[in-house]
Unconditional design. Structure first.
Lengths: 299, 299
């Protein structure tokens, strides 16, 4: 079952304590698609400038990624710059240049509308709504967002939240959106806003899945070295939604397994810059780490 | 199988954002003993001043706590004062009055020496060594410590670490002791100092068990409200060592289960001040929460 994703495609400039990269391919839609393409076909909606060369990405994936929904506009591609510290949970945004993203109007190719799973990556809630308005109600809508939209575009965001099935936030965003100071009570408040499930990402401490009557906590895969956390959340979402699409079961039992796959895929992603660790990944490496993870968590 | 514990018995003054208590009974040996007494008999070694009235503690436990190894000295009991914030992982020590603890020389009653499990709670490494010197090699020595001893009494501490089987630290202490910045590589360094197992407590993010070739991560039990984190680490240790003593198996499989019981007991402890939530606890409540926990973590 294919997945439709709308999100950013970007050139990222990333500084870390050990190294830096300039204009490296990134963006939420690309991180998500590359991660999800281990499990199923992914249909991308987004925009790039004339300076972006998709052919330079060695996208030899287990499943295909369609770029038929990608606008190529005269001008420059979206650019983001960020700095990370010894504590990989800390990040400063150095610059955000919207460029061709500024006037982006998502249009969905007809055959994309058959995608039963829709991932709305972290972009303006107004754009996420434009996508939902162009498709029939899909089987499952999974939504990502960030502080910027929570604080500045709350009313638009609440409209999208009401129409999503699974909302993915990190712990800070959870407290901000709910205006609460405890993750558990914050989760209950957010479920009242519409979604059936809330996933709270806690970085090196793993992730939590909350619904009205269930709770599931999954530690992170332990890593000797975190090189570049950029795209961790999007590759997590790619593993999560990808596994759901592949297995076609949307009950809470399968959501738990999908969340673990999200953890596993994200753990590979942060082991190097950009897509360096994600591109040569394969289902065998994924299964091997999943088995290790099971061993790390059973009792 | 009984447990010998040496540690502090104290009057604590605790300030939290919601409430404060003055001269409330506490101390590592008491928190540990009350927690472990759900599983087995506990033999306490420690010192109090003439102002401490053990009879005021309603110690109607599933198993007995022996105070035959408790010195009662003329003078005042050890006192500790601390302040907690909205973020329960943050704590300031306001004062530490050693009082009768200053000249404490632990002496072990003969029948205590049959205890096969020894818990060295967080006190001066020199005192921990004095205890180990008075007993034959027990089946298992479990050691707790803190930043103060890591930074100021490192050479004494390394001697105790060499003689322990299980070392319990929190994440900050792990990085400080190893002088590393990654929990996993830090753990490997610490195992080279002597212990077969290292437990790393991560507060609301749970705990991790590391040995030379195994890794186990257990999330924390989710709580709607954390009232007073004092004694969380000691009640965790009480649940952990208590379960090992009860089941008499010291392989890594059983250590994992024991760690989960540590998490569960600690989750009750922090739900109220002092021993208020620990005293009325019973094996049924404990098993109920263990079953909930299993449900929160299985996939």
């Amino acid at each position: 079952m294919s997945i439709l994703v709308v999100g950013s495609i970007a050139y990222d400039t990333v500084e870390t304590p050990s190294r830096s990269v300039k204009d490296s391919p990134g963006g939420s839609a690309l991180y998500f698609s590359i991660a999800a393409s281990f499990f199923t076909q992914v249909n991308v909606v987004g925009v790039v400038g004339s300076d972006f060369d998709l052919k330079k990405l060695p996208l030899n994936r287990p499943f295909s990624i369609s770029f038929d929904g990608l606008d190529v506009e005269e001008g420059k591609t979206f650019r983001w710059g960020g700095r990370y510290y010894e504590d990989p949970n800390k990040r400063d945004t150095l610059f955000t240049l919207l460029n061709v993203f500024e006037n982006f109007k998502p249009t969905i190719p007809d055959y994309y509308k058959r995608s039963q799973l829709v991932f709305l990556a972290n972009i303006a809630p107004a754009l996420q709504l434009q996508v939902l308005d162009q498709i029939d109600k899909p089987r499952l809508v999974i939504l990502d967002t960030m502080n910027f939209w929570i604080n500045g575009y709350r009313s638009d965001l609440l409209k999208v939240i009401q129409r999503c099935d699974v909302l993915i936030l990190n712990d800070e965003e959870t407290l901000e959106l709910s205006e609460d100071d405890n993750i558990i009570t914050a989760g209950s408040k957010i479920l009242k806003m519409g979604p059936k499930y809330l996933i709270i990402k806690k970085g090196e401490h793993g992730a939590v899945l909350i619904s009205n009557n269930t709770y599931f906590a999954a530690p992170a895969f332990p890593l000797l070295k975190i090189i570049d956390p950029t795209g961790a959340g999007d590759s997590f979402a790619g593993g999560f939604v990808g596994y759901l699409a592949k297995t076609r079961k949307y009950d809470v039992e399968n959501m738990r397994k999908a969340l673990v796959y999200g953890n596993i895929v994200a753990s590979f992603n942060v082991e190097d810059f950009s897509f360096k660790k994600l591109i040569p990944l394969n289902p065998e490496k994924l299964e091997k780490r999943y088995k290790q993870y099971r061993n790390f968590t059973r009792y």
